[in-house]
Design a protein around this ligand. Structure first.
Ligand code: DGT
Ligand code: CA
Ligand code: CA
Ligand code: ZN
Length: 577
């Protein structure tokens, strides 16, 4: 268990205890222990004796050691058994914390969303102390949205659903050749349902196995060439699985990857050469002969096209772009990651551990970029701690001769447009990322003043998550992105493609414009945990959607190519003064 998971487990213990009505001292002991761990810069493996930390007593230290050594806590498990599981999702409702839920549970017998709704409708909730008529109304309003599935779900949700489903395919279904299709394969920002193609000789046993998958809550269709299932995740998710013969795999995969608009374009090309295209193959209209292909690459060749990556199959101008050889960036072109967090701010692992993890992802270099002091909730670094961190980064870097750890910071751009770290400290860093994390509701003019201050600073190399959006949750601040793209290009500042699937910021639409403007792009994971380093794959998918090539992407460079880009801006300042 890493530090972040452990902190979350301690916080869960506190919430469950609160719901059970345990005394506040016990509850706050776990909260304090979580905070103490969060504020300590060391990772879990470096903290030998948790009881030695200020704020951690004997009892909580034992729970921490148990979690660390066994990945489990008996206390947490027994709390989970005792507390009705329907109460936990209620924590997401605005205004409801552990204490309020405890009251609803103990005084009104509320155990889930349905019983809460009843209690509200009976006017019981407003009578509890600490609740009022307004609270009751708000809860009822929030309950309406809860559990209602929007038609399209954010890609981050669907990627997790797909991962879980695919683990089941690997373990439960005797199929060797299968692939994702549909909007998830195209890496659309929102996805309606999941699509898969499977090559089968005899569909019957596969159909039976698919229906046995543990998440299946409904069978929507069950035929020899198509099975549609509903999976029970926190929202229901439909999966359409096409069962095809091996011969037809490539054409079916292309057909069901879409987009519909892309397929229309290809059908027109087929028609012009006297052919008809379908999921089964390409029919020569004169001879009636049907051609199939061993790969999508061969399929595209048949139309004198080079391989069009799925993300770029939008039905826009891609059939023009890929008439000539055109290589979009691939995951294997990526050599490093410029944005990640450690236990020095709100990350899960130490600097050294992140370096090891990044090496296992095949990187040649990384930059450590923890938060700066303005971001107090993340224990951001002030100048003094940052200077100490730089020393630690240099120490870790010394250990490797085939890997480079760069010292950086994700520095807040404050609401007034000033930068959060003093220049003489910035000067000692290899890379500086500028970020907006506050005052999102400012007017465009003020937001642009902040972004421009960072873009034009001789120290800031990258602007992180430039629009601040979270897919499906918040639209971000009001930036003039066209201007930002131009100014970044003119000043030698890179814009980030934040690869976190909740962000994907800049979006593919803006990245297209950045490509045309010649702005340098950095695909960064912004990893707070080792798993998140894997988001690089998602980031390169979004870059392909924008038809970006590796030359424009900063982290396809080796460290010798990277450093001159980072240092170029400072030279301008040196010359001036
Ligand atoms: P979504 O809405 O996020 O599920 O988006 P898609 O693209 O996954 O749409 P879906 O699941 O309805 O169909 C998957 C692909 O199959 C679609 O991109 C193109 C192809 N396809 C499915 N039905 C039709 C159709 O009636 N006409 C055409 N031209 N293509 C279709
Ligand atoms: Ca779909
Ligand atoms: Ca579908
Ligand atoms: Zn970050």
């Amino acid at each position: 268990m890493n530090k972040k998971d452990l902190i979350n487990a301690l916080e869960s213990i506190a919430v469950y205890m609160e719901i059970r009505g345990e005394n506040t001292f016990k509850v706050s002991a776990y909260r304090k222990a979580a905070q103490a761990l969060e504020q300590d810069e060391r990772s879990l493996s470096e903290i030998e004796d948790p009881a030695s930390l200020n704020g951690i007593g004997k009892g909580t230290a034992a729970v921490i050691e148990e979690l660390r050594d066994t990945n489990q806590s008996e206390l947490l498990e027994s709390l989970k058994e005792e507390v009705p599981s329907g109460l936990v999702p209620l924590l997401d409702l605005p205004g409801l914390g552990g204490k309020k839920i405890a009251k609803l549970y103990q005084e009104l017998g509320v155990t889930d969303a349905a019983s809460l709704k009843k209690a509200c409708e009976a006017g019981q909730v407003q009578q509890l102390s600490g609740f009022g008529t307004k609270t009751e109304e708000n809860i009822l309003e929030a309950l309406k949205d809860m559990g209602n599935r929007p038609e399209r779900l954010p890609i981050s949700f669907m990627l997790e659903a797909a991962d879980m489903f695919e683990r089941e395919i690997e373990n439960q279904v005797d199929v060797e050749h299968w692939a994702r299709a549909g909007s998830l394969r195209r890496m659309e920002e929102t996805v309606k349902d999941l699509d898969y193609i499977m090559a089968v000789q005899d569909p019957d046993p596969i159909r039976a196995q698919l229906k046995q998958i543990s998440y299946v809550s409904d069978i929507i269709a069950d035929g020899p060439s198509k099975v549609s299932l509903e999976l029970a995740f926190s929202y229901p998710v439909q999966v359409d699985i096409r069962l095809v013969e091996e011969e037809a795999f490539a054409t079916a995969l292309h057909h069901f990857t879409g987009s519909k608009e892309h397929n229309v374009h290809l059908r027109q090309i087929a028609k012009a050469q006297g052919e008809r295209m379908s999921e089964y193959g390409i029919e020569n209209l004169e001879t009636g002969e049907i051609s199939t292909f061993s790969s999508e690459k061969d399929f595209f060749s048949h139309f004198d096209l080079h391989y069009i990556p799925p993300e770029a199959r939008l039905g826009r101008d891609e059939t023009e772009w890929f008439r000539e050889p055109y290589e979009t960036v691939k995951r294997k072109d990526i050599r490093g990651d410029l944005h990640m967090h450690t236990t020095w701010s709100d990350g899960a692992l130490s600097i050294e551990e992140m370096a090891e993890e990044a090496r296992s992802h095949g990187h040649e270099w990384i930059a450590i970029t923890d938060h700066s002091k303005f971001l107090q909730v993340a224990h951001g670094l002030n100048e003094e701690r940052l200077l100490r961190q730089i020393e630690e980064v240099r120490r870790v870097n010394e250990k490797y001769d085939d890997f480079t750890v760069l010292a950086g910071i994700e520095m807040d751009i404050r609401p007034d447009g000033t930068l959060d770290i003093e220049e003489d400290v910035l000067r000692r860093l290899d890379v500086v990322i500028g970020s907006i994390h506050s005052s999102f509701s400012q007017k465009r003019e003020e937001i642009m003043k902040r972004l421009e201050a960072a873009v034009e600073s001789p120290y800031v190399n990258v602007i992180a998550h430039p629009t601040g959006r979270l897919i499906g949750r918040r639209s971000g601040y009001d930036a003039d992105v066209d201007t930002l793209i131009e100014k970044a290009a003119a000043n030698g500042t890179a814009l980030e493609l934040n690869a976190n699937p909740n962000r994907l910021d800049l979006s593919a639409e803006w990245l297209r414009k950045a490509r045309e403007a010649g702005t340098t792009i950095a695909i960064n994971t912004d990893a707070h945990s080792p798993k998140m380093l894997g988001h690089m794959e998602i980031g390169t998918g979004i870059a392909r959607k924008a038809l970006l090539q590796k030359e424009q992407i900063l982290n396809t460079r080796n460290v010798d190519g990277l450093l001159p880009f980072l240092q170029e801006k400072r030279k301008i300042e040196d010359r001036q003064g």
